[in-house]
Structure formats: C-alpha cells, structure tokens
Design a binder for this molecule. Structure first.
Ligand code: NOJ
Length: 555
C-alpha cells in the first residue's frame, strides 16, 4: 500500500457547541478549542475534525448551513478560525472541517432566491417538482420523519429535503451547483485546512425521475433509502469533486458513507478512491430496525466482534477505514457495546483497546477519552435533537407508553453524546460560566477530566498510553500496516486478533464479560505492551483473563 501522510494519525472529533465555552453564552466556541489545543496535543492527537461552525439557524445543529464562507458568530470569527488553524499547525495538528453539501439551509441565499422564482436560475439549485394530484411528487419519507417534500407556499410546487424541512437538498445534477461547491471547497483548502469530513454524501445522487415506492409504514411513505438504493452514478460526482478539489491539495477526506454497494469499497478508499477513508459504521447500524429506535436490537459482544472483523476483512488490501465507537450522531460507545450493568473503567479501557488497534484511522469523539456515558435524561423536554423528538413520537404511535418511549430514546438519542464536555467538578462541569445550551450530565462531579488527570489509573491516562503505543517507533509499523488476523473466534465473548508485522506478532485480546476466561496461547509471549489491570495472570503459555481484562502482547 502506498504510504500516505495521514496513515499513522490519530483523529479527534470536536462538537464545538459542547466542547468549551469561553464567553459565557452557554455555547462552546472556537476560542475554547484554541485554549484546549495543548490538552489535545498532550493526549496525542494529530487531526481534529470540527463539526460545522458555519452560520446556521441550527435546525439540525449546524448541519443546515446558511453561508458556506463564514463562521457563526456564536462560535467566533473568521479570525478565530485562522488562529486555530495556525496554532494547531504549530503543534503539528491538522484541522478538518465538516463538508455539508447534500443540502444547505432554507435560509441560505440560494434557497431564498429559489423561493422567489422556483423555475428560475436558483430554483434549479434545488429539486423543485410539481405535486401529483394535489399531493407530494413522491411518497418518500425524510430521515427525520414525515414526507421528504415540502410545499412552497400555496403553489403546486414542492422542494425535496431528505433531512429536515429546513435543509433543502442541493441539485447535484446541475453543473453550476457543483462548480459553486468545488470553488467553496478550494477556498477553504487555500486557508490551510487539511481536509474534510464529508457529510451524508451518499445522498447526493437521486434516482430520477422521482416516483413512488412501496410504503413501509402506516403513514403510506417509504424510507428515502429505497430511492437511494436505486440510484447509480454517485461515483461520477465524487470523482469529479476529488479531481477538482481534494487531490490538488493532498487533502485528507473521510466520508460519511453508509451501505456502499458490495464490491465498491476500492472505489471509495482504494489507491485511486474518491476519499482517503470512510467511517466504519457496521456496528452502529447493526440491529437497527426499520420501524424505529424503539424496535432496535442491542449489539452483543459477539455481534460487535463480528462487525469489526467483517469490516477489517472487507478493507484488507484496499484501504483504511476510520474506526469509531461513537460520534455526535450516536449514543456513547461504552453505554452501547458494554452490556448493561457491566460498564466499569476496566470495560471502557478494554473497548478502547479493541477498536483502537484495528487497522485504520482511530477517531476519538470528545469525552470518550474520559469514558463519558449516556445521560439519564428525565423527560422528553430535556432533549434538543430533532431525530430524538421524532423517534419518541414514532414509539408512542406504535403503542409504547411515554415511559417506554423515553427509555428507547434514552438508549439511542444523539443528545447522549452532545451534552457538554466534563472538564472539572465546578458548576456545569467547567464547560461554561453561563447557562449551558444542553443539560450537563449529572455524573460530572465524579467523572471529569480534572479528576482523571490526577489518577494514573484513569480511563484518560489509559487512552494516553494506548495512543502512545500505537504511535511508538517500535510498534507503529505493525499497528498501521500489519496484517489483521482474527483469533479465538470460537470463544464466546472474547474479542481477539493478531496484528502481524515484518518481524512482529502482536496479540490483542479482551475478555468481553465479567467471568474469568482461560486462554491457551499459541506461543509464549515476550512482552506485555499494554494492560488494564495491575498484573497479568497466567503461566507464559496460558492467560487467565479477569472480567473485562484486555492485554496487548508481543509474542
Ligand atoms: C449526518 C450528520 O452527522 C448529522 O448530524 C446530520 O443530522 C445529518 N448528516 C444531516 O446533515
């Protein structure tokens, strides 16, 4: 595999609104990010992905952009961003912005002009169609619920929004729109950012002409994915975008790609792929029900292992996936993948180790490094996220009581990960001196960075060691380029794999349960590289793993 500058990097996602507030308005800001750069450097971070910081009405927390060339004043100024890029560069940290170009905001001037003249120049920036027999042009459902078509005033015209109605989809079939997008991307790359995380990108190609699909719920609508599965030709757009922008700057790009078609991975992340990497979402989509969150199946430890291993095999010899246990759209990984009642510091460290040493680019989502957990929201009124409110409604509609519906959204709500970062035990977890825009998790007095900083056995210090190991001169080639081979797959609730380098054989093994587990080693080990308990028990040829023990061994 041809080496790339980003292969050995460790990335960190910042959700700016909830990271650190320096001006007391209850909303995190860019100066807050600047002030924490030394912290991130010390942790071992090389790449920061910032969720959207552009002007936005915040119908979908910044994923509804009303001006691609500016900074929302709640986050700061363009000068702050330039300073952030420069200060990060001094510390050898690269900045990625979020590229949200499947849709913009209905408050973007393009859409405002389109509304004035739907059949004119700017109307062609969007998908605007005539209604059918007084109804929407087709029966697709948006991701956030309800029809994906919104009527324009009292005309017979509708515009398409696969997400919220305040997020009209941009018409990628129009070359003028594509040119606008590429110019904007290049403008940011010229500013010195290292690349982008690319939002919802599989949605840019629609199956045209729009038509109805078989309804999949009682509302008579069909999931918009039915339409997306039918389309062809997204790759032409993606390659054109790559050649017009990223490639010229050696940018790092990571796509939010769900369900690419079988065999297409090399087109996405192979040597001539359209992106550098795409996220591996196999565990986050596992068990997801078409009916809604209330019907999702939990991911067991063995399911989790299978998802990771399938993805590793799928990407083998092709390219680098980006590995996560959570992000701003998911509940906390430790609350999701560690079975209920079993979440401990040991278990958190084990999960961290198991995903982090897979092949690919490890991404850490803010707060993950201190083991932040899901939040015990008491009432639906405490949630902000649009999809949470919709899923609550769907659960009620399907006969769940309010308490059951709340229980379902508590498990899966995106707000679990969006609550403020827990810096210390002062008021509001040290996140803001004002009123935080979203509830602060009540566990912050016990779980916060300051506390973990002083405890050498904390999850935070473990993450530091894990990052340092992955980047160590001695082992990094094996962790980055070494072969991945699953191990002990017959053992229930054990997740283990080898990473094999030129003259190194490393075993990563985790006991994904409370009970002890004996493991016979294929060969004696030479060295313990990392470990989440004080001692490793065993006799050189076998290991006696305690509950949620993880060991990284050089054989
Ligand atoms: C994916 C983003 O991560 C999510 O937060 C957002 O709601 C949708 N795309 C729409 O932009």
């Amino acid at each position: 595999m041809k080496k790339q500058w980003w292969h050995d990097k460790v990335a960190y996602q910042i959700y700016p609104k909830s990271f650190y507030d320096t001006n007391g308005d209850g909303i995190g800001d860019l100066r807050g990010v600047i002030s924490k750069l030394d912290y991130l450097k010390d942790l071992g971070i090389d790449i920061i992905w910032l969720s959207p910081i552009y002007p936005s009405p915040f119908a979908d927390q910044g994923y509804d952009i009303s001006d691609y060339y500016n900074i929302d004043p709640r986050f700061g100024t363009m000068h702050d961003l330039e300073e952030l890029i420069a200060e990060a560069k001094k510390r050898n940290i690269s900045i990625l912005l979020d590229l949200v170009v499947n849709h913009c905001s209905d408050e973007h001037e393009w859409f405002q002009k389109a509304l004035k003249n739907p059949t004119g120049e700017y109307g062609r920036y969007f998908y605007i169609r005539e209604g059918k027999d007084g109804k929407e042009p087709s029966n697709i459902r948006s991701y956030f619920g309800g029809s994906a078509w919104e009527q324009i005033g009292d005309t017979n015209l509708y515009y398409l929004h696969l997400f919220h109605k305040k997020q009209p989809d941009l018409n990628w079939e129009n070359p003028v729109v594509r040119k606008e997008i590429y110019d904007m991307i290049n403008w940011w790359l010229e500013k010195g950012i290292a690349g982008f995380r690319i939002d919802a990108i599989m949605n840019i190609k629609k199956a045209l002409p729009f038509h109805d699909y078989e309804a999949d719920r009682e509302d008579g609508l069909a999931d918009c994915r039915a339409m997306l599965n039918e389309n062809d030709g997204v790759m032409e757009f993606l390659k054109e975008m790559r050649d017009s922008t990223f490639r010229r700057y050696h940018a790092f790009t990571v796509g939010e790609v769900f369900n690419e078609k079988k065999g297409d991975l090399s087109e996405f992340i192979g040597e001539d792929g359209c992106f550098s990497s795409i996220f591996d979402f196999s565990q986050t989509v596992f068990g997801a029900s078409e009916k809604g969150w209330y019907d999702n199946q939990p991911v067991t430890p063995d399911d989790y292992r299978q998802c990771c291993f399938n993805s590793q095999k799928r990407a083998e010899g092709i390219g680098f996936l980006s590995n996560i246990i959570e992000n701003h759209d998911e509940p906390r990984g430790v609350s999701r993948y560690i079975p209920e009642g079993e979440c401990s510091d040991e278990a958190k460290k084990m999960l961290a180790t198991l995903y982090f040493l897979l092949q690919g680019i490890p991404f850490i989502y803010q707060g993950q490094e201190i083991g932040m957990e899901n939040v015990p929201f008491d009432s639906i009124d405490q949630y902000d996220d649009v999809s949470t409110l919709e899923e609550y409604r769907v659960a009620q509609l399907n006969g769940l009581t309010n308490e059951q519906a709340l229980e379902a959204v508590r498990r899966y709500s995106r707000d679990n990960a969006r609550v403020p970062f827990q810096w210390d035990s002062s008021e509001n977890a040290g996140f803001t001196k004002g009123t935080p825009w979203l509830l602060v998790s009540p566990d912050y007095p016990a779980n916060n960075l300051k506390r973990q900083f002083t405890d050498p056995d904390s999850v935070f210090h473990y993450y530091k060691k894990l990052i340092a190991l992955r980047k160590s001169e001695e082992y990094k080639d094996t962790f980055i380029y070494g072969q991945f081979i699953p191990a002990y797959t017959d053992e229930e609730r054990v997740m283990a794999y080898y990473r094999i380098g030129e003259d190194q054989r490393i075993l990563i093994i985790g006991n994904f349960k409370m009970a002890e587990q004996e493991i016979k080693l294929e060969q004696p080990y030479r060295k313990v590289l990392l470990h989440n308990y004080e001692t490793v028990s065993g006799n050189g040829t076998s290991l006696l793993l305690k509950g949620y023990e993880v060991v990284v061994l050089e054989l």
